[in-house]
Design a protein around this ligand. Structure first.
Ligand code: ADP
Length: 305
């Protein structure tokens, strides 16, 4: 059982020739809407990968909020702990994708910023009944901390995905994080170590351990992922070679899929990472966030091919 606490956004993807200059009017190629938000992506990834999944989050009392709740429900995610506020709109992101494949993103936090410690307390039973709790930094950090403290009270394993990268993570939050999972840029922001080869990954992992993290997983895009539980238990798991068209939600799919497979004692870490690599290799071959996240059947089909 997996519980994700985090953001829900509706993404508007605008494909454009190039960024307009100030004062300029430019025609765009196309516009598409899709569900997104790091929290929702991770919840959908876990749910589609077959885990019994619940979501704790907040949306506005609007069409976008109802759209998000429906799309999580359709992906096997329990939405009983998603609350609706009249004080803010549902989170949104505007993704400008130019002809060179470069993207510029504007995010409106909205209701995500109003997810409170009380919302988490109200979901204590959901947290207590989980094997893993996952969160990120698109909802308030004090809410994440309260959730992880509740999780540890009930011996639930916690996964902190460090996106978008904060400059620093409090010692208090690290102390209650069983797994910390940055990508290579986030690992560098957090440790100052440029992550290139295995030696630098071990160095970055050791710095994160020294600040309190128990297990470190660093994802390195098309190369794969590195895990470090301790000096006797670490390794690199290669990614699958595919032609990537849009890497949006790659890291989120990785985390969600990983949590659907991992044993709470980490005994199958390498196999769970291999599965997560497989799932995210499908995501990068498709456009958008939610529409690109694979189901268990799709992961198994790719595995058998
Ligand atoms: P994020 O999306 O958070 O930046 P990464 O880029 O590190 O995260 O990607 C997460 C995972 O997605 C990788 O560990 C890998 O398994 C998979 N992945 C990402 N990009 C590719 C790619 N080009 N080809 C195959 N797999 C990829």
């Amino acid at each position: 059982r997996v519980t994700v606490i985090g953001s829900l956004n509706v993404d508007t993807i605008l494909t454009i020739p190039r960024l307009p200059k100030p004062g300029e009017t430019l025609s765009m190629h196309d516009q598409t809407f899709a569900g997104g938000g790091k929290g929702a992506n991770q919840g959908i990834a876990a749910g589609r990968a077959g885990a019994e999944t619940a979501f704790i989050g907040k949306v506005g009392d609007d069409e976008n909020g109802r759209f998000m709740i429906n799309s999580l429900t359709d992906s096997n995610v329990n939405v009983d702990q998603i609350s609706v506020t009249k004080d803010a709109k549902t989170g949104q992101a505007f993704i400008l994708l130019d002809d060179n494949g470069q993207n510029s993103i504007l995010v409106y936090g909205g209701a995500n910023q109003q997810l409170t410690v009380d919302d988490v307390k109200a979901a204590e039973d959901t947290i207590a009944n989980s094997d893993f709790i996952i969160t990120q930094f698109e909802t308030p950090v004090e809410t994440a901390e309260a959730a992880f403290k509740l999780a540890k009270k009930h011996n639930v394993m916690t996964i902190l995905n460090t996106a978008p990268a904060p400059e620093k993570i409090s010692a208090e939050l690290l102390a209650v994080s069983d797994i910390i999972s940055p990508n290579e840029t986030e690992a560098q922001t957090l440790t100052g170590v440029e992550v290139t080869d295995e030696a630098s990954m071990i160095e970055a992992a050791n710095k994160l351990h020294a600040s309190g993290a128990k297990c470190v997983i660093i994802t390195v895009g098309a190369k794969g992922a590195f895990y470090h539980v301790n000096d006797d238990n670490y390794g690199f798991v290669d990614a699958f070679r595919v032609k990537a068209v849009d890497t949006t939600a790659a890291g989120d799919t990785f985390i969600g899929a990983l949590s659907s497979q991992l044993n709470p004692d980490f005994s199958n870490m390498a196999a769970a990472i291999r599965f997560a690599n497989r799932a995210s290799s499908i995501t990068v071959q498709r456009l958008g966030a939610h529409p690109s996240i694979p189901t268990l059947a799709e992961i198994q089909t790719a595995e058998a091919a």
